[in-house]
Structure formats: C-alpha cells, structure tokens
Design a binder for this molecule. Structure first.
Ligand SMILES: [Zn+2]
Length: 660
C-alpha cells in the first residue's frame, strides 16, 4: 500500500507547480470523510508546445478551500490533454490528502463525501462515458490520442467510493457577467480555474517529457519528447522536418529562423491538392526553383541556349515573371489580388500588389518597401514587410507567405468589430444568411463542400494555374524550332493578324470593343507568340459575330433607300436570270433555199463531226475472183491488195526473199 501511494505521489507531483491552501489541509480531509458534497472545478489551456492546468476545490457553498495550477507534460499538448490532466491532478490530490491522513491517523473510516466535478470539456466527458460502456472499453483506445492520461483518469475516478458526478459548464461566463456574486457556482468556480490555468500558461516553460506511469504500460519517446497524440503525423514531422528545413535553407539561402516565419498552412494544402491531382513534377520543381530554365540547362549543357525565346535576355527563375514579353500576364495576378480585396484588409492588398509589381518590374525592393512604409497607417505592417522581404517576394508566388499576413488579417477583422460592434454583427448576420441561402440552393443541385477557404490559401491556389500556363506557353515558344527561324516568322504573321483585327476595332459593338481590345495594340504586340495565338483564338469569333451583329442592327434601324424618294414601292432591283425559252433553230433542210438536193442520210445531223479514224467495215467483194474462176483462170496473187483490207496490209518486199 505504501509503495503504491509513493508512486502515485511521484506521478502526481509533476502536475502541481503551486498549491495554495486557503484553509488547513485537515479541514479538506474532514470534508472528504463527511457525507457532505465536495466540489472540483478544473480547466486546462494550451498554446503551441505548452499547456497548463488549473483547478479549485470548494465546499458545498462554493467557498474555495484550495487552488492549484500546473502543467501537463508531453510533446505539444493540446487543450484536450490539458483538460484531462487538470481533472486527473485534482482527483489525485483528493486521494492523496485522504490517504495521507488515513495513514498518519490510522483511520479506516470510508470517505462518505459525494464529489461534484465541473469541467468545460465536453469531449472529455463523452470519452469517459464511452470508457464506462463495458469493462474492457478502454482497452480499445490504446492507440488513441492521450490514452495515457485518459486511462489514468478513468482509473483515478474509480478509486472514489461514490462515483463522482461530472457536469459540463460553459466556459468564460465571467466575460459577460460583471457581478461575480450573482454568477452561478459552477460558472464562478470554472472562471477561477481558468484564471489559474492562465497563470500557469504565462509562468511555465515547455515540458516535453512525461514521467513513466506504470499504469500506462507503454510510452513513446522520440528525440527527448513523449508523443501522446497523432502518432503517425507527429513522428513523420519529427523525423522528416529536419532534413527538409536544412534543404530549404540551403536552396533559398535562408538563415535558420526564416523557415519558421513562413505560414506553411497556406502552402501545404495547395501543394498537396495539386500534386495529388496533377502529379508532383511541375509544382514541385516550381516550388523549389528547379524548373529547367535556359540558364539552368545551360550550366549542364553548353550548347543549350540560355536566352529567353521571346525576348532574348538570359532566362533564369525570375525571368518567367519578369520577361518584358509577358507583361500582360501580370494582369491576371492583379485580378486575383482584386478578389482578395472583397474581404481582406485594403492595406494588405496594397502591400501585396506593390510588392509583386515591383518584383515583376525588377525594381529595387527596399526602395519600394520604404515608400509603402512611409504611407499613413502602415506602421503596424512593419513586421510583415520585413519578414516577406527576407523570405523573398518571388517566394510569395511559390506559396511562401509570412505568418504575418494572416495575423494582420485577423487583427483587421477584430478592429472592424471593435469600431462598431453592432454594425459589424449586422453585416455578419446578413452575410451568413446569404450564404445559407446559397448553400441551400447549392445543395439542391450538387452537394458541394461548404468549407470556406481562407483568403490567402485561396490566393495561392488561384495563382498556381496562372503560373503553370505561363510556363507551358514559355515551353511552346522555346521549343518551336530555332531562334530567328520559325518562331520569328510565326510572330510576324501573328502580329500582322492581330494588327488586322485591331483595324476592325471600330466595326464591333462598343460593349465588345472594351472587352476585346482591352490593351493598346503596341502592348498587345509585345506578347509572346502563344499569347497572341490565344488572343486570336479567343476573340476572332467574337469580332466576327460582333461585326455581323452591327450590320444586322444597322439594317433594322435604317429605312430602305426608296422610302427616301417619292416612290411608293421599292424599285425593281432584281433581274430574273431565267432565260426565255429559245426557239429551236430552223432545220436547214426545211429551208426551200437549201432544199435543192435530197440528202442521203437524213437522220445524221450535218453538224456532227465524224471520228477521225474509223475502221470502215465492209463486205469483201469477191466479184472479180469469181469472174476469174468462171474463166478457168487463177487470179494472180501479185496484184496489190485492196486498200480497204487494212488488217492485212503490208509493205512490199523490195529485195524479195520470195521466189518470183
Ligand atoms: Zn523573356
């Protein structure tokens, strides 16, 4: 018994930083033994890497007998762990006081008091209820977060003779009530516990190691920290983050602390979503400055031209954005900043716009930032400007934003609320209602995710496709054969086409004109071939249609010309192309003038041309042969063959190999 008591004491000791008895400890022991009610109110809180706890012990009337603050141990505890530890610490302290006086006074009387617990953590209450469902329920949660303290707490509560009653209390009720006397006991005790926890949070340092509690059976330590939750991701972070951080610092030439200035919560989701959808290749190379730009390839292969295909300057990582031939793409970035303007602090948007534009133009950053800082009311953004400058404005396009962006945005919203709380709530309610209506409308059609994306996260997500498109264009421009060859010829023809379309400017509808010809011809012609092609493909049909429409409208609006004159019906403008039926030419043979001779072959038209060569078939006339035969003579064979016998005709044999 004594051994176990000692162990509990050791285990418990690490929670208590300062215990304040407002009465004698013995009085508390008496209360525990009496059939009265003893009240515990506990609270826990956490900030990154450290947590704190506070609790008070009070009697039935709410008179506080004891206060205590301390902290939970473990790597980066969340408030859930702090809440559990707070209750665990309180329950253990009661048990310790009871056990101490029981042994010193060798008293065997059971503790008759009832215990009432107030906490503001609903999830803890639920979890404890789940543990009570069946005897081995807690074993199912061994690998769950905070299993060590939860199971310990569950055990500690079972040591009480009557099972403690746990009630949930709404936290921070003291914010609204100014008269503490009139607050309910539970709310009052909770606010006291909360205050103690806040003291703990301010005074105490991080405590990453949890002393081994034999009841826990197993603990997980890595790099001098006890991991109590989210095992998989925490372990991954601890193991992988170090080399990654080193890599980033070397790659971007950052000093050590810069890595921590970056708001990775903006970068991470976009990066993850993109590589899962479109593959890791491009985005990864872009994000760590490894795209195969002219200069980079040239380093490895001297035959590779390091110049930009569009403007013939050397092409490095910045050139993609700074290329003078790609100036028109900058508008797309501006559009995205304008989207931000709907909700984000105007000053933040201005800083972002100025910063990006200065980067695009290749201007001196420090001068630009100096100018911005000089403006009125910009003092509070000093940190943001400094941090983004060391991170790099080009890296802002790579999703590396300083944490200050979100911090300042949050502060801006708070300021809005403070200036006019009533108006602010009104606007907020209106927006909420509008969104609910929209959601309902959306739900009817498709079940879209209602998760609202945070502004800067949305900005990065929107610019990634723009940059990808830029890069794709650049590759097409570059890999179209040889510099000065086809690409120049192509540019020539494209620029001619574009110039032609610009001459049609006054022939389209005015509302279309603004959309189609939103840039001067001169600026437009600065674009790369791909951009010109895209412009033509996009607007050619629009120009055609618009011109057609102008014609149609003109027709509707104008009088036909004959109405300007006195005529009351339109002049005949159409001439029938139908030819009147011509008489057949007279047959010449009916003409008495030519009808002198009788024609032999009446059927044949005289106009028909005879084929040039025509084998004339005829019957062989044996008349002469038969005549000879009758005379008893043989007909000489030496005579010439008849001309008509074409088939057997032959040239005379001059030199004669035939006997004469
Ligand atoms: Zn260029």
């Amino acid at each position: 018994m004594a051994k176990e008591q000692k162990r509990t004491l050791v285990m418990a000791k690490n929670y208590y930083t300062e215990i304040n008895f407002l009465t004698t400890p013995y009085e508390i022991y008496e209360l525990i033994k009496s059939p009265k009610r003893i009240t515990l109110a506990t609270d826990g809180g956490a900030i990154p890497l450290k947590g704190s706890l506070g609790f008070v012990v009070a009697n039935e009337d709410g008179t506080i007998l004891l206060t205590c603050y301390g902290q939970p141990a473990g790597h980066d505890p969340l408030s859930f762990r702090s809440e559990i530890c707070a209750l665990l610490a309180a329950a253990r302290l009661i048990t310790l006081i009871k056990d101490y006086y029981d042994t010193t006074m060798s008293c065997n009387e059971p503790a008759r008091s009832k215990t009432q617990i107030y906490t503001d953590s609903l999830s803890m209450i639920k979890k404890l209820e789940a543990y009570d469902e069946y005897p081995t329920a807690h074993l199912k949660t061994v690998l769950h977060s905070e299993w060590d303290v939860l199971s310990a707490l569950h055990k500690a509560l079972q040591c009480f003779r009557t099972k403690p009653k746990i009630n949930w209390v709404k936290s921070h009720q003291d914010d609204k009530v100014y008269d503490i006397e009139r607050m309910l006991i539970d709310a009052y005790l909770n606010s006291e516990a909360d205050e103690l926890a806040t003291i703990g949070l301010k005074r105490l340092q991080e405590k990453p190691i949890v002393p081994m509690d034999p009841n826990t059976s197993i603990q997980f330590h890595i790099e001098g920290r006890t991991i109590t939750r989210d095992f998989k991701s925490t372990v991954r972070e601890i193991i992988q983050l170090k080399p990654l951080r080193k890599f980033y610092c070397e790659r971007f030439k950052w000093s050590d602390n810069i890595f921590d200035l970056i708001d990775w919560d903006i970068f991470r989701p976009v990066y993850k979503k993109n590589i899962s959808k479109k593959g890791i290749q491009w985005l990864h190379k872009f994000c760590i400055k490894k795209l195969p730009t002219g200069e980079r390839i040239h380093k490895r292969d001297h035959f590779h031209d390091k110049r930009c295909a569009s403007c013939l300057d050397d092409e490095d990582d910045n050139h993609m954005f700074q290329c003078t031939k790609r100036r028109s793409v900058r508008k797309k970035f501006l559009n995205q900043i304008n989207v931000l303007r709907n909700t984000v602090d105007t000053n933040l948007c201005d800083i972002m716009q100025e910063g990006l534009m200065a980067y695009f133009k290749g201007e001196c950053m420090s001068n630009t930032m100096f100018r911005i800082r000089g403006k009125k009311g910009m003092g509070r953004y000093k940190n943001l400007i400094d941090e983004q400058s060391v991170i790099g404005w080009d890296n802002l396009l790579r999703g590396k934003l300083s944490k200050e962006w979100r911090i300042q945005q949050k502060a801006y919203k708070t300021r809005l609320r403070l200036v006019d709380p009533i108006e602010y709530d009104k606007i907020k309610r209106k927006k909420k209602r509008k969104q609910e209506q929209q959601n309902e409308a959306n739900n009817n059609k498709t079940t879209k995710s209602k998760n609202k994306i945070e502004e800067f996260h949305g900005f990065f997500q929107a610019i990634v496709p723009i940059i990808l498109e830029m890069w794709t264009d650049r590759c097409i421009d570059r890999n179209t054969p040889v510099l000065g060859g086809r690409i120049v010829a192509e540019y020539d023809s494209l620029s001619k086409k574009v110039t032609h379309y610009y001459t049609l400017r006054e022939m389209v509808l005015p509302e279309d004109e603004l959309k189609i010809f939103n840039e001067d011809l001169k600026v437009r012609l600065d674009d790369t071939n791909q951009q010109l092609k895209k412009w033509i493909n996009r607007w050619k049909p629009v120009i055609d249609h618009s011109m057609k429409r102008v014609k149609e409208l003109a027709q509707e609006n104008s009088k036909p010309i004959w109405q300007h004159f006195t005529a009351n019906k339109p002049a005949k403008t159409k001439v029938s192309r139908k030819l009147s039926k011509q008489l057949k030419p007279k047959k010449y043979y009916n003409n008495p003038l030519t009808n002198v001779y009788t024609r032999l072959k009446k059927k044949r038209s005289s106009s028909r041309v005879l084929p040039v060569i025509k084998k004339i078939k005829h019957k062989v006339n044996h008349l002469i042969s038969t005549l000879y035969n009758k005379l008893g003579k043989k007909r000489s064979t030496s005579r010439e063959q008849t001309v008509l016998e074409v088939g057997t005709q032959m040239i005379d044999d001059r030199y004669g190999d035939e006997p004469k």
